[in-house]
Design a protein. Structure first.
Length: 143
């Protein structure tokens, strides 16, 4: 292998689907229909479900939460603390159309490496966070 390239790991389709099922089960238990997105290490959509009754706006927000979490390797709810006291970031980066700075997006980390992201939208962001964590737990991962 050349020293001009490197190998990236990515979440598998099987893992992504298992996360969707785990997250959807939690959302059903809560009685809140949600959109659930899984992206790969590059932020590209790997798996998605819009549960019956989930709000249309939740489709884009779930995907953007997953993208945000994988793009910088931190959970979406951690972004606000990261930018709130920094005026250039606060007034600049929040203008990025895909950046989400409230809860519901988590990096998928396996063996310490970010291999994807999960984003959930449809309830209050605290509910979205619970459902995303359930998706991670369905495959034995923690946030």
């Amino acid at each position: 292998m050349s020293n001009q390239t490197f190998t990236k790991q990515s979440v598998t389709s099987e893992t992504a689907q298992a996360m969707i099922r785990g997250a959807a089960a939690k959302a059903t238990e809560m009685g809140v229909p949600m959109s659930i997105a899984i992206v790969d290490e590059a932020g590209e959509l790997k798996a998605f479900e819009r549960m019956d009754g989930a709000l249309m706006l939740s489709v884009d927000i779930a995907q953007n939460k997953a993208w945000t979490s994988v793009s910088f390797g931190i959970c979406t709810h951690e972004w606000w603390d990261f930018i709130k006291g920094d005026d250039p970031l606060l007034h600049g980066i929040v203008n990025h159309p895909r950046l989400v700075v409230f809860g519901g997006g988590y990096s998928i980390k396996i063996d310490g490496q970010v291999v994807g992201g999960i984003g959930v939208s449809g309830g209050h962001y605290t509910q979205d966070m619970e459902v995303a964590v359930a998706g991670l737990a369905a495959v034995g991962l923690e946030p």
